[in-house]
Design a protein around this ligand. Structure first.
Ligand code: AMP
Length: 193
């Protein structure tokens, strides 16, 4: 078995064994949304999880319950030795620490952290479903995920993220937060939300 630089058993290519790559979705539509997303990302990092890539932050139109503030969303590619259930525990503890109050499923939230993908792992339990069941239907996930992982294949649908995004029937509006800020400075209506 190969060894990494710290002398640990390794799965090769310098990767310690037992490590897994995940994609996480961060979302906020309550309070200072940008600060909430940034804080959640820093909390994830501080807990020892390595952030390999981060998408741009996007401003996204609410789906389902449309009469609520727009969201900011970001997708992260991370690497950790945590198992999926442990990663979910960590996500829930960060949400709690950041003051998310348990509310109805689709209500506004300070921060929402979802596990989208865990390599080719498929989990279907009452508490945890991976791949995330709504991943393929939501522009607010597909667009940031496509930015950082267009060629990643959905392990159940056997389709790349790029193709899922192309085929998405979701017509909700998604724009890069920075772009929306520039447009709003220029006084454009397209920057609403
Ligand atoms: P949410 O309202 O998005 O925080 O999700 C509510 C519940 O969905 C959580 O308490 C989890 O137990 C459950 N859940 C199931 N699958 C997932 C997943 N892939 N990522 C995050 N939460 C999940």
């Amino acid at each position: 078995m190969p060894r990494d630089q710290a002398g640990r058993a390794s799965a090769g290519k310098g990767i310690p064994s037992g490590q897994m790559t995940y994609f996480l979705s961060l979302g906020s539509n309550l309070g200072d949304r940008k600060r909430n997303v940034d804080r959640a990302r820093r909390s994830i990092e501080r807990s020892g999880i390595k952030i390999l890539r981060a998408s741009s932050v996007y401003r996204t139109e609410p789906v389902d319950v449309r009469d609520q503030p727009w969201f900011l969303n970001q997708v992260l590619k991370v690497r950790t030795g945590l198992k999926p259930q442990e990663l979910l525990d960590l996500a829930k503890s960060i949400e709690k620490k950041m003051g998310r109050v348990p509310a109805a499923n689709k209500d506004p939230r300070t921060i929402d952290i979802d596990i989208l993908l865990a390599e080719d792992t498929v989990i279907d339990t009452p508490r945890l479903t991976i791949p995330h069941p709504r991943l393929a239907m939501r522009n607010f996930v597909l667009v940031p995920l496509r930015e950082i992982a267009p060629k990643t294949v959905h392990p159940l649908l056997r389709v790349t993220i790029r193709d899922l995004a192309r085929r998405s029937g979701d017509r909700s509006f998604v724009i890069k937060h920075q772009q929306a800020l520039s447009r709003s400075r220029a006084g454009s209506k397209a920057a609403e939300g």
